[in-house]
Design a protein around this ligand. Structure first.
Ligand code: ADP
Ligand code: MG
Length: 764
């Protein structure tokens, strides 16, 4: 380990733990604060608008200290009441207080989290200079910024939002606001683009100060591991992909190739290998020089055997659109890792998208780590409380509902086979539908929603389908999903965030629906995460309304098959408790997978921070001329020929591009290292240790060689006057951003899922 000790220590020192950071001391109880806020609120109620504005201005001028909080809350609440006509409930103020403590407020769906965020955001903006409110999608970012905008402005705060189609100038303007609504993806992509700027004026972000995460579990748990990527260059994928897709189509499962039992990985068997060798005429496929062929054919097989059209992805407008498993909707700008993406395009005979070299990447978890203060809110955090605390230091505080929740969650109805489940499901829908009560049916995939739709059609039951294929109709379908007699078949799309008004829109028939028992939610599957099930149930029984929910499950459901539960139960019908138990185990194991992956990633994130701190210093001109100190004669000569300002400018741009190039190569190198690291366990070494050792060593030599590389680039500059036309292009081609759907970590997660299956079996 010679030489790596130093760098490793440096890195781990650099890795600051996430600090949720309260902006107030927990000195006083929330109840006593609430009393103060409410009595202030009563006093403010009698004041003129102009007086409130003056008071807000006075408040904002003072240096922040905790004693200002009640007044800030009272002003925000009073302005919200005047401007929006909504009087914040005590539970909303309570949720806001929890967030100012740097915690997660668990507030049920429909309780009004959008409004509850306002006083918290005001205090965060005052205490730390600015706040990002991270939302689940662009639509919500814009909606909430507009909806709450006047309240903030009445208190003297500027408000902005950032959405996908905005220009750099518009983004810069929005980020300069005190309060910014945006999705983590936009914020992350802008962060990545900022890391590649060649001029300080191109930067769009302000320093990161505080973040309030809406639907925090969706962002910081479900999507936490997903890397946002920025790529550049222009690598046309090889046509080889089409040939491999054609070959993969002819191979027979189990004979020519094998699929592991959890359907996560494929491998070629001998007969299959022979077929491929003949088709490609490449000699021994396992020869080192054929590595690219083997990779291409395995990607083609993976695409053929494991990725299901209309479940994992859709084909829309000649392109692959990935379906987000948790949200049940199309995941914008999402791709699989390069080779697999090309293989799926080839499988569907689509034009192949160009691939590029990865220039930078960050996971949402690490993005959260850039904020000195974080907090959040969601309806479903409790089951993940340990993870929130362990990873982010975020405590979860459950906030009571404003009115008692009276929804009835019925016991699961359980079947042996799907063939038994489906008719029962149709029967139930028909019977309830006959009473006029609205029904929402949550299914697991696009294809399942469409199959159910066909059966309902046969049964003569009118209904709407809401899935990734027809998301344009979403707002309209949701608006009427609570109408008398409405039947809505949906994927997880109707889970998070949607507000289904009882009695339709406008809510003419609300009383009628209340009398019928409110919205009836049916789930046709249990998801592997209990939170997703809770989100579905949560569409019903909002704000004290009546409602009920029930799941119909069978031993042939995905969850049961994938984790080997069906085999373990040997045809016995699972007890309701058993399913919950299994979900709990799977959640626990998923947590363990995330924690292990994190160990692989932390070191790279720490290294990224070192590189980018260095880069930022070069960008803003905080470092002197490297050339001048290292190679004074060359520097003198260049300055005489072109003038100092120009030489400085070249040096800066070249240095920036060189840093980017070196980092990009390093990322590719590390990706290779990572995908091969499991082999070392065959040699009796621990893969993680070996990986950390290698990454530390390689990074050390990257740093050591960086200055030489920059000087090397500069030595090619023309040293004679008038030669400037012959300058190398000191610029970068186009870049683009996307999200990687799955880490190329096959063997690793495969091992982990095997552990899950064994555990699950033992429990049953
Ligand atoms: P959540 O995000 O918690 O699911 P929303 O913020 O979408 O809830 O709000 C749900 C509904 O409740 C909205 O229609 C909103 O207008 C309404 N609402 C929120 N707070 C109040 C309040 N204090 N008084 C009246 N209506 C409210
Ligand atoms: Mg919401």
């Amino acid at each position: 380990m010679i030489g790596t000790g130093k760098v490793t220590t440096r890195i781990f020192k650099f890795l600051s733990r996430l600090q949720p950071g309260s902006v107030r001391e927990p000195g006083r109880s929330r109840d006593s604060l609430l009393q103060d806020i409410n009595s202030l609120r009563a006093r403010l109620h009698a004041e003129q608008d102009a007086q409130l504005r003056l008071q807000a201005e006075h408040l904002r001028r003072q240096a922040w200290n905790e004693s200002l909080l009640p007044e800030a809350f009272a002003l925000a609440a009073e302005q919200a009441e005047r401007i929006l006509g909504m009087r914040l409930f005590d539970v909303q103020l309570l949720g806001a207080l929890v967030m100012t403590e740097g915690k997660i407020a668990e507030m049920q769906t429909g309780e009004g989290k959008t409004l509850a965020a306002v006083p918290a955001a005001c205090v965060l903006a005052m205490a730390s200079g600015g706040v990002h409110i991270l939302t689940a999608n662009d639509y919500l970012a814009k909606r909430d910024a507009v909806w709450m905008g006047d309240v903030y402005r009445s208190l003297g705060f500027s408000v902005g939002c950032v959405t996908q189609q905005m220009t750099a100038a518009e983004r810069r303007k929005s980020y300069a606001c005190n309060i910014v609504y945006a999705t983590p993806n936009e914020i992350g992509f802008d962060f990545l683009r900022d890391q590649l700027c060649l001029e300080p004026g191109e930067l769009v972000h302000e320093p990161f100060r505080a973040a309030l995460f809406d639907e925090v579990d969706s962002i910081l748990i479900d999507e936490a591991r997903i890397p946002l990527v920025i790529a550049g260059g222009d690598v046309t994928p090889p046509d080889l992909a089409y040939r491999c897709a054609a070959i993969a189509r002819t191979l027979r499962p189990h004979l020519d190739y094998g699929i592991d039992e959890y359907a996560r990985n494929v491998h070629l068997k001998d007969p299959g290998g022979a077929i491929v060798e003949r088709a490609l005429q490449c000699g021994n496929l396992y020869d080192l020089r054929n590595a690219h062929l083997l990779t291409a054919i395995l990607d083609a097989l993976h695409a053929q055997a494991l990725l299901r059209r209309d479940v994992d992805y859709l084909v829309k407008n000649d392109a692959i659109e990935l379906v987000d498993e948790f949200k049940g909707r199309i995941a914008e700008n999402r791709r699989w890792a390069a080779g697999l993406q090309t293989a799926v395009e080839a499988k569907e005979n689509l034009p192949l998208k160009k691939q590029g070299q990865i220039l930078g990447s960050i996971t949402l978890e690490n993005l959260a780590g850039l904020y000195p203060h974080i907090c959040g809110m969601t309806g479903t955090a409790a089951t993940q409380a340990a993870e929130f605390y362990g990873i982010y230091g975020l405590e979860v505080v459950a906030i009571p509902t404003n009115l008692p929740m009276i929804r009835v969650d019925e016991k699961d109805v359980r079947f042996r086979t799907k063939a038994e489940k489906e008719p029962a499901l149709i029967e139930e829908i028909a019977a309830v539908h006959a009473t006029g009560r609205p029904i929402l049916v949550g299914t697991a995939s696009v294809i399942e929603s469409e199959r159910l739709s066909a059966s309902l059609h046969q049964a003569g039951i009118q209904h709407n389908v809401l899935n990734a294929r027809n998301d344009e109709a979403e707002a309209q379908i949701i608006a009427q999903a609570g109408s008398p007699g409405a039947v809505t078949i949906s994927t997880n799309m109707a889970g998070r965030g949607t507000d289904i008004p009882l009695g339709g829109t406008p809510a003419r028939d609300r009383q009628k629906i209340l009398d019928l028992g409110g919205l009836y939610v049916i789930g046709t599957n249990r998801h592997e995460s209990r939170r997703i099930d809770h989100q579905l149930r949560g569409r019903s029984g909002r704000q004290g309304d009546p409602g009920s929910s029930r799941f119909f499950i069978s031993l042939e459901d995905d969850l049961m098959v994938r984790f080997g539960i069906r085999d373990a139960l040997q045809d016995r019908i699972p007890e309701a408790e058993a399913v919950e138990h299994v979900q709990r185990i799977i959640e626990g194991q998923n947590l363990e997978i995330r924690q292990t992956l994190r160990k692989y990633e932390q070191i790279i994130e720490a290294q990224r921070r070192i590189i980018h701190a260095k880069r930022r210093a070069v960008l803003t001109g905080d470092t002197g001329s490297l050339l001048e100190s290292r190679s004074p004669e060359l520097f003198e000569r260049l300055c005489r020929a072109h003038g100092r300002a120009r030489v400085d400018d070249w040096e800066r741009r070249l240095a920036l591009l060189k840093i980017d190039e070196v980092w990009s190569d390093y990322l590719a190198d590390i990706a290779d290292l990572r995908s091969g690291i499991h082999w070392v366990s065959l040699g009796g070494k621990d893969p993680l240790n070996e990986y950390l050792h290698q990454a530390a060593t390689r990074f050390e030599s990257l740093l050591a060689g960086l200055d030489e590389q920059i000087i090397g680039g500069l030595s090619h500059l023309p040293a004679e006057r008038g030669e400037a036309a012959g300058l190398p292009q000191i610029d970068r081609g186009a870049t683009w951003t996307y999200v990687v759907s799955d880490q190329p970590f096959g063997n690793f997660s495969e091992r982990m899922s095997r552990a899950i299956v064994q555990l699950v079996r033992r429990m049953l």
